[in-house]
Structure formats: structure tokens, C-alpha cells
Design a protein around this ligand. Structure first.
Ligand code: GLN
Length: 290
């Protein structure tokens, strides 16, 4: 079978099955370990039999709405290869933006520190914790999750990527309280989808609901963290969260009522959607105190 014919055939099948057609080339690039331009240069040549075979098997699963990252067994995040499986949420591009914003805030707020004590609550695959640790060596990172299965994946990801991260099993900030942590930075991308929300099959049927759904209004886990965070934060500290694009008003009201002493800002992602919440204690994002 010739590359071009195979790709076109599967692109048509994707369209018929409500799967984005770009998935075909993205999958082929990963599977063949070849650059896109290299594939195009040889597009009218025969596909090696072994590759064709594996490609067809994988595409069958993808056409059945299974996420490409599950078929491959990994996903790329901030340039790092992260193992994923149905026990963890597949890291999203929006979450890479969250990491970049966190790293920028760390430079602004703690420019002269030798150590920035940080925790990632509900770490899942470990993508955020590992990335922030690797990109900012001054960070000491603790990552928590309630799921032992997720922590097993996160530990493998930390080991493979050479990131020194401490992992604790438990519910939200509880293991941090028990371990007596005092943090400069608390990060979380908690489950924030409201219970009733309609979602794509590729997400609902294949990704862990424990990582997706945040109670009736999606805010359950923010409420818990806002209630408990003072027990684990230093006086000067910040918190960084991912949030749902339609949660600005509810989130603002929640921060203002539960953390009246804090400053906060909500940032948009590259699609112009409200996506990140930063909460500052004893410091602002521009005016750095202390
Ligand atoms: N952004 C994810 C989605 O839309 C949800 C992530 C989360 O709940 N933390 O599928």
C-alpha cells in the first residue's frame, strides 16, 4: 500500500467517524518515528508491511474514538514524553500554558530564592509536577494523587524524564497537611467538569472520570483546596489552577468569599478562553512584596 493512498483513505474514514482528519498524519509521524517532511518526500512509495500493519490496527482503535495517546501509550507535554493510560488524564496543551505561566510567576515573585517549595495536587500523569521541576531546578516538588494507579504512572514518568519529585497518595491537600509541608507555590489542575456536561465520546468513554468531574458545578475541588490551603502555605505564596472556560464568575465569587485576604487574576488560554486562576498571598503579580 502506498503512503498517500493509505493516508487519504483514513482521512476520509476519520471524517465519516467524527474524528479529526489531522489525527492520521499525527499518528503516522509518531508510529514511523519519521519527520512529516520525510514522509511527504516518500509519499508515493510503498509503506513497509510492518508499519502498514501496525498503522491499520491503531487506526481501527482511533476510528472507534479511542484517544491517539492511548493507542501510542504516550503523549508529548512541554517537549517531554509522558506515558499515559486510562488511569490518568491525557495532558492537554492548555496545561502547558499553565506551566509556562507558573514558571514566569516564580521568577517574578521569588527571584532571589535558592529553593521554591512547590506541590502539585491531583498530579495524574505527573506532567505538571515533572515539567515545573525540570524547567526550574530551584523547585522542590511534591505531587499528590488519590489514585494509586495514577501515581504509578506519574512515578514512571518522573523516573524516565529524570525529575526528582516526591509522591504522596491521598485526597487533595490532605497528605501535604499530614506531612507538615509549608509551600511557596501550590499548583492544581483538579477535575472541573460539571456533572451533567455533555462531552466527546473520546473523553467520556476513555479517560478517568475521577480526573474529569468536579461535582455538581465543577467547583467541588477548588472549594476543598481554598478551605484547606492556609494550612500548607507560607505567608507569602501563590496558588495556580487550571479551570473551565465558563467558570470565571463562579470562580471569582468563590475566591472572594473564601480567600478575602488574597489577590487573584484569571488568565486566558491561547484560544482566548478563561483557563487559569492565580491566587496571591502576601504578594501581587506585579508588585512583589517582602
Ligand atoms: N480540560 C479537560 C477537558 O476538557 C478537563 C481537565 C480537568 O477536568 N481538569 O477534557
Amino acid at each position: 500500500m502506498i503512503f498517500s493512498e493509505t493516508v487519504r483513505r483514513y482521512e476520509r474514514l476519520c471524517e465519516e467517524n467524527d474524528v479529526p482528519a489531522e489525527t492520521v498524519m499525527a499518528y503516522l509521524v509518531e508510529l514511523s518515528q519519521r519527520e512529516r517532511y520525510d514522509l511527504y518526500v516518500h509519499f508515493e512509495e510503498d509503506m513497509p508491511a510492518e508499519l502498514a500493519d501496525e498503522f491499520e490496527k491503531g487506526m481501527k482503535r482511533i476510528l472507534n474514538q479511542e484517544p491517539m495517546s492511548h493507542v501510542l501509550g504516550y503523549s508529548w507535554f512541554y517537549g517531554y514524553k509522558m506515558e499515559v493510560n486510562p488511569d490518568v488524564l491525557i495532558p492537554r496543551v492548555e496545561t502547558e500554558e499553565l506551566c509556562a505561566q507558573i514558571l514566569a510567576r516564580m521568577d517574578e515573585i521569588f527571584p532571589d530564592r535558592d529553593e521554591i517549595v512547590t506541590a502539585d495536587v491531583g498530579t495524574g500523569s505527573g506532567a505538571i509536577a515533572i515539567t515545573v521541576k525540570l524547567e526550574e531546578p530551584k523547585v522542590t516538588m511534591t505531587a499528590t494523587d488519590i489514585s494509586e494507579e495514577a501515581l504509578a504512572v506519574a512515578k514512571r514518568n518522573a523516573a524516565v524524564n529524570g525529575a526528582d519529585v516526591e509522591f504522596l497518595c491521598g485526597d487533595m491537600v490532605k497528605p501535604l497537611i499530614e506531612a507538615g509541608k509549608k509551600l511557596d507555590v501550590l499548583i492544581s489542575n483538579p477535575p472541573y467538569i460539571p456533572r451533567e456536561e455533555q462531552m466527546e465520546r473520546s473523553v467520556v468513554d476513555f479517560e478517568p472520570h475521577v480526573a474529569l468531574f468536579g461535582g455538581e458545578d465543577g467547583l467541588k475541588f477548588y472549594r476543598q483546596i481554598f478551605r484547606d490551603c492556609r494550612q500548607v502555605l507560607k505567608e507569602k505564596a501563590f496558588m495556580a489552577f487550571e479551570m473551565g472556560w465558563d467558570q470565571r464568575e463562579a470562580m471569582s465569587a468563590l475566591v472572594e468569599s473564601s480567600l478575602p485576604e488574597a489577590n487573584y487574576e484569571i488568565l486566558k488560554d491561547m484560544n482566548g478562553k478563561d483557563r487559569m486562576l492565580f491566587v496571591y498571598f502576601g504578594c501581587g503579580n506585579e508588585e512583589v512584596c517582602g
